[in-house]
Design a protein around this ligand. Structure first.
Ligand SMILES: *Cc1c(COP(=O)(O)O)cnc(C)c1O
Length: 460
């Protein structure tokens, strides 16, 4: 079989996978036992003998896709991963085929040009005309990179001398766990993460922040950075960035905005107020594979001071890093990764298919749907909604203990006709919807509500 024939087989199988999901002809998810699944897929024998082409490829894809979670299904509402624009996935094919490992310019000029332009487009959306950035394999690495840049500016010797003492990282209990991981990886230690005071909904409280930072200093510790949520993970709420930025400026503290999920509202004239003041921050993280509808993984780390990012990684690799006159840029100085996929291409293909206004409309639609879903759920006597949604995330619970919420999710997931997640926030466990799918409508939420109520009221 030729590559083109196998490619046709693959694309046909993928289209059927999406179509079945859209028509509710297949479950959202199934979870076979992994050992049995590996045997059914004949993975070991294919590795040993080859032959994954033509009819065998078709057969493999059928089984593979049958055991793949269908993000295209309108009742897939669990996690903050995009249903990619289909043409966006073609970027992954182009990237995989050309394999232009673009750590250095000469290994992928076109990929580097796309990445640099996409990064500049994102910097522009923040309102930074200067600035530097890079794309990384995910928001977690991007958060680490931004915090390394913060550390390099405050304590440049930390790179060579290792563990640094007396510094703390300030965030909130609602911050993504990658912030605490970054503290541990950087050698600060996870115990050096300090939670700033929050309001009743868990948003960082700018009024209490100056006193809190003073207290940290009085105890002999120096804040390395304050991390604000540009859309918290569990509830999707935005910290008041402008007011936090004013405090950080007064105190000379680096402000990092974790906008992995929520920075995409910068595209919408209606929603960008949620990120108001972001241009006053020192760094921002923004994922493409969440609300920009790009395939995984592509996240941007964006830094206001163009030189600060170069400080994040100060190592030598003589075969790669040598002064050279060249017409482009090397991203290798700016990321944890050496070899890197053409991440910009994934964002670019996803947005360029219909243009940025279409993505903005998508974000607005999903936000409207979340508000409508919250109203519908709130109108149900046995259901409580955590907060009025600011983006596309809705948290709710059925009257009863935390265990009941977990039991409801477990039941739905085992059946496979709905896929939702749960999250802890405000001291309790909630059922959580991340409405990423443009095919999800309010009738899917109505149907989910009936199922949830039915499961809750069934005798155990
Ligand atoms: C998703 C998310 C992350 C992690 O990003 P990955 O791309 O999954 O590594 C970090 N912070 C926030 C607020 C997120 O929503």
């Amino acid at each position: 079989m030729t590559f083109q024939e196998d490619a046709r087989i693959t694309v046909t199988a993928l289209q059927a996978f999406a179509d079945q999901a859209l028509e509710h002809e297949a479950p959202v998810l199934v979870q076979p036992q992994i050992g049995q699944l590996a045997r059914d897929l004949e993975i070991e024998s294919l590795i040993a003998e080859g032959g994954l082409e033509g009819p065998r490829l078709m057969q493999f894809l059928e089984k593979y896709l049958a055991a793949s979670t269908r993000l295209h299904h309108p009742r897939c509402m669990a996690h903050q991963v995009a249903v990619p624009v289909s043409q966006g996935a073609l970027a992954a094919l182009v990237d995989g085929f050309t394999n232009n490992a673009m750590a250095i310019y000469e290994m992928g000029p076109a990929a580097a040009a796309v990445e640099q332009t996409v990064v500049n487009w994102m910097l522009g959306k923040i309102g930074w005309r200067e600035g530097a950035g890079a794309l990384t394999h995910g928001g977690s690495l991007a958060n680490l990179t931004a915090l390394l840049a913060a550390r390099a500016q405050l304590v440049p010797r930390a790179w060579e001398e290792g563990t640094i003492y007396g510094y703390v990282l300030v965030c909130t209990p609602g911050s993504h766990y990658s912030v605490e991981r970054a503290a541990a990886i950087m050698g600060l230690g996870s115990k050096r993460v300090r939670y700033a005071p929050t309001d009743a909904l868990g948003r960082l409280d700018p009024e209490a922040l100056p006193g809190f930072l003073d207290q940290l200093r009085a105890k002999g510790t120096t804040p390395l950075a304050v991390v604000a949520n540009g859309g918290s993970t569990a509830l999707g709420l935005y910290d008041p960035i402008r007011d936090i930025a004013a405090v950080c400026r007064d105190q000379g503290v680096w402000l990092h905005v974790d906008g992995a999920h929520g920075a995409s509202v910068l595209l919408s004239s209606r929603l960008r107020h949620l990120m108001a003041g972001v241009e006053e921050a020192q760094s921002v993280v923004w994922d493409g594979h969440k609300l920009l509808r790009s395939p995984t993984l592509c996240a941007a780390v964006l830094i206001r001071d163009p030189h600060a990012l170069d400080g994040a990684f100060q190592e030598e690799a003589s075969y790669l890093f040598h002064d050279k006159e060249q017409p482009g840029v090397d991203f290798i100085h700016r990321t944890v990764e050496c070899t890197k996929a053409a991440l910009g291409l994934k964002i670019f293909f996803s947005i360029a298919h219909s243009g940025e206004r279409a993505i903005a409309a998508h974000i607005e639609r999903q936000t409207d749907l979340a508000k409508e879903a919250a109203a519908l759920l709130r109108a149900t006597p046995e259901i409580e909604v955590a907060v009025e949604p600011e983006t596309n995330i809705v948290c709710f619970r059925v009257a009863g203990p935390d265990e009941l919420q977990l039991a409801i999710r477990k039941r739905l997931t085992a059946r496979g006709d709905y896929y939702i997640s749960t999250a802890e926030a405000l001291g309790r466990r909630w059922l959580r919807l991340a409405l990423m799918n443009p095919a999800t409508t309010i009738s899917d939420i109505t149907a989910l509500r009936s199922e949830v109520v039915k499961i809750a009221s069934a005798k155990p």
